[in-house]
Design a protein around this ligand. Structure first.
Ligand code: UDP
Ligand code: UDP
Length: 331
């Protein structure tokens, strides 16, 4: 993205590779912003890995490091090794989930031996990592013919070749997992886990235009949002409404009527009972549409977050010190 002309020849010069999907692009952008405020400059290239070799071999100033998304780590690693440029992977999910990626082949093998996990509630993980409920693992993880599993097995070998693995988490939050991963007992020669989270926001200088929220007492409002791709069923929505009304709690509820990335045109009144909206109008606000979640979480009136626990949401809440009432929904 940045032009390479007129750059300070002595500053670190880092190329960053993400893949498509907002959940990848966003943490990559945040990391980029964080580095940019610390005197680094960038070239961001998100596809055409095969074109990179000639492109990167003669950048000026020469590259100090590569940072690549996990899903293209192996191809990027080959190029970087060839060019003798230090390479890092950025993991956009938890260290705990990363531990599954790191021992993927072993887990797939064990699962096949165990008859596909029939009758098993927990899977054992190596080196004293706490066992993981089988129900917490997306089923395609164990299916070697699935795209998801193929991406993992193609890229997991890079974890021992790169110089470090950046994870959007922090030590206190996942200390046991990080310690075991860094002990070398999970995967021999695993690159060091470097915790860089919770990543800072890059949406600086935007104001949140929500006068209702500005008028609420400090830490009094429950923020309710289930990420960018979850839609609750009509029954769940109406039960949530009943619970909110009974609790008497102030709330800011971001409503999503249909699944991911589809514009849904239903009006709030078509999803929630109009009488509910009328009865709760002094206590709560319902918004249908995209909001700036990071800014809402940073607002002094917010006292809690009812979340589906997408990793970005968890880290954003942690960054602002907002307690989460967890309602995990997927993955
Ligand atoms: N996002 C946005 N505006 C939109 C839709 C999405 O800013 O209209 C961004 C948002 O900031 C968030 C990301 O999309 O960080 C959500 O990513 P998601 O986890 O859904 O991506 P995926 O996991 O599907 O790649
Ligand atoms: N998000 C947002 N506004 C919305 C809904 C979501 O800014 O109205 C952002 C949120 O801040 C987070 C991301 O979208 O960065 C959602 O990612 P997460 O990993 O929490 O869940 P996913 O959407 O991938 O299930």
């Amino acid at each position: 993205m940045a032009s390479t002309n007129n750059l300070d020849q002595t500053a670190p010069h880092i190329a960053i590779f993400s893949t498509a999907g907002m959940g990848h692009l966003m943490p990559f952008l945040r990391l980029a912003t964080m580095l940019a405020t610390r005197n680094c400059t960038f070239i961001a290239i998100s596809n055409s890995v095969h074109l990179l070799h000639p492109l990167l071999s003669n950048t000026s100033p020469p590259l100090s490091a590569f940072i690549a998304d996990f899903t293209i780590a192996s191809s990027v690693c080959k190029i970087a090794t060839d060019l003798s440029i230090p390479t890092y992977v950025l993991i956009t999910t938890s260290a705990r989930f990363f531990s599954l990626l790191a021992c993927h082949s072993q887990l797939v093998e064990n699962n096949a031996k165990n008859g596909g996990g029939e009758g098993i509630d927990y899977i054992e993980l190596p080196a004293g990592l706490p066992p993981m409920p089988l129900s917490s693992i997306p089923p395609p993880f164990f299916n070697p013919n699935h795209y998801f599993s193929a991406i993992i097995s193609a890229n997991a070998p890079s974890f021992t070749k790169v110089n470090g693995i950046l994870v959007n988490t922090f030590d206190w939050f996942e200390s046991a997992t990080i310690e075991v991963l860094n002990s070398g007992r999970v995967v021999h020669d695993l690159a060091p886990i470097l915790t860089v989270g919770p990543l800072e926001s890059f949406k600086v200088g935007q104001s949140l235009n929500l006068p209702w929220l500005d008028n609420q007492p400090a830490k009094s409002v429950l923020f309710i949002s289930f990420g960018s791709r979850n839609a609750l069923s009509k029954d769940q929505l109406s039960e949530l409404g009943v619970g909110l009304e009974k609790s008497g709690c102030r709330f800011l509820w971001i409503l999503k009527g249909s699944k991911v990335d589809k514009q849904d045109k239903e009006k709030i009144e078509e999803i929630l009972d109009e009488s509910f909206l009328e009865r709760t109008k002094n206590k709560g606000m319902v918004i249908k549409g995209w909001v700036n979640q990071e800014q809402i979480l940073a607002h002094p009136a917010i006292g809690g977050f009812l979340s589906h626990c997408g990793w970005n949401s968890v880290m954003e809440a942690a960054r602002q010190g907002v307690p989460i009432l967890a309602w995990p929904q997927h993955s």
